[in-house]
Ligand binder design. Structure first.
Ligand code: NAI
Ligand code: MG
Length: 364
């Protein structure tokens, strides 16, 4: 059996607590014989600032580059509010994404049957919901130049951000979305604003061309991003794979997140390009942050982090059976009534981070 090298970057706040949950699950997974891992842990974010004066050391970046996949907890917290902008904890995470070329951000929004009443929407709208948002992560308005604030002759100011996309950038994210859809329902919705943005015109044109050339069996629908936000709240189950740019993806994935209950439930994957050996750089992390308000109290929900491990098994290593086992263990633990405080209803018994991870490991 292949041995995979995992770099664990627990980070700050609840990061180390939920990462410990991953280690509990990895130990149980090793016993199944389905997968074998070598893990190494290192610092990122505030903990790295404390140790080396910057949020991501070159040595850590080199380890990230050499690893088969990276699992990251969360970075940041009030302790580092005063540090310079360039070396703030989040800069470590942004550098990892940028330097490793992690252009495809996959954010599933799944509503577990046991939690359908925890959603912001009515049960019948979200029960069985399973959407995969594919967000372009290294281009668009967050990175385009010029990006500046200048002072006008009258002393007032002018701010500019620039939305830039090239054919190649749109093609590669479209391929990720269509490939995923082929393994799911076979449906892709692409969201942009071609009615008011040139980048939207190109986005629609390129996605249409990629579809026509390579994915005849997949159904493609174009939807305007603002209408998409409305549809996500009105009738979310109409979507399966939803592909969109960096800015719209940021907003739409947060909307989708709230359909499912708690931030503590949501995993993510950030993938790079497939190289000549057929492998790709990849980082897996929960959507949530370091939750300073509950850090160190054994209260954090480890499911987003453990779900990120399941995505890692599936997308980096093709270990679908092991991934299904982890996802199934999460579903079974929830069905059995296991709840951390963030998803507990009235009268349910509340588990701590460790006990929730152990319950999932036992189900596995
Ligand atoms: P947050 O996601 O850390 O917390 C928001 C709320 O959700 C809090 O009430 C928290 O207790 C709760 N929450 C989050 N994860 C949870 C979990 N696993 N289980 C139970 N409850 C959970 O966002 P916030 O408070 O805006 O940011 C806190 C720090 O985290 C900041 O320094 C921020 O910059 C950083 N951050 C880091 C991210 C990352 O590492 N990718 C992403 C978002 C924020
Ligand atoms: Mg966001």
């Amino acid at each position: 059996m292949a041995t995979y090298k995992l770099l664990l970057l627990p980070g700050d706040g609840i990061g180390p607590e939920v990462m410990a949950g991953v280690q509990t699950v990895l130990a149980a997974l090793a016993e199944t014989g389905l997968a074998h891992f070598e893990t190494e842990a290192d610092l990122v974010g505030g903990s790295a600032i404390d140790a080396h004066g910057k949020p991501l050391s070159n040595a850590t970046l080199a380890k990230a580059d050499a690893a088969d996949a990276i699992l990251l907890g969360a970075v940041g917290g009030p302790k580092w509010n005063g540090v310079a902008y360039e070396i703030r904890p989040e800069a470590g995470l942004l550098r990892l994404r940028k330097d490793l070329g992690l252009f495809a951000n996959l954010r599933p929004a799944i509503c577990y049957p046991a939690l359908a009443d925890a959603s912001a929407l009515k049960r019948e709208l979200v029960e069985g919901l399973d959407i995969m948002i594919v967000r372009e992560l290294t281009g668009g308005v967050y990175f385009g130049e010029p990006k500046e604030i200048t002072t006008l002759p009258d002393g007032s100011k002018r701010a500019v951000d620039t939305q830039v996309y090239t054919t190649a950038e749109i093609e590669r994210i479209a391929h990720v979305a269509f490939d995923l859809a082929g393994k799911r329902s076979g449906r892709v919705a692409s969201a942009e604003k071609h009615n008011v943005m040139k980048s939207g015109v190109l986005w629609k044109e390129v996605v249409t061309a990629v579809h026509a050339r390579h994915y005849a069996g997949i159904e493609l629908e174009h939807v305007l991003a603002d209408n998409c936000a409305m549809q996500l709240v009105r009738r979310p189950k109409q979507f399966d794979v939803l592909v969109t740019d960096n800015l719209f993806g940021d907003v739409l994935s947060d909307v989708a997140a709230m359909l499912t209950g708690s931030l503590g439930m949501l995993p993510s994957a950030s993938l790079g390009a497939v190289d000549a050996r057929g492998t790709r750089k990849a980082l897996y992390e929960p959507v949530h942050g370091s939750a300073p308000d509950i850090a160190g109290q054994d209260k954090a929900n480890p499911i987003a982090m453990i779900g990120s491990l399941a995505m890692c098994l599936r997308y980096s290593f093709g270990l679908g059976e092991a991934a299904d086992l982890v996802d199934g263990a999460i579903t079974a633990a929830l069905a059995g009534g296991a709840r951390t405080a963030d998803i507990a209803g009235d009268g349910s018994k509340v588990l701590g981070t460790r006990a929730m991870a152990e319950t999932i490991a036992a189900e596995l």
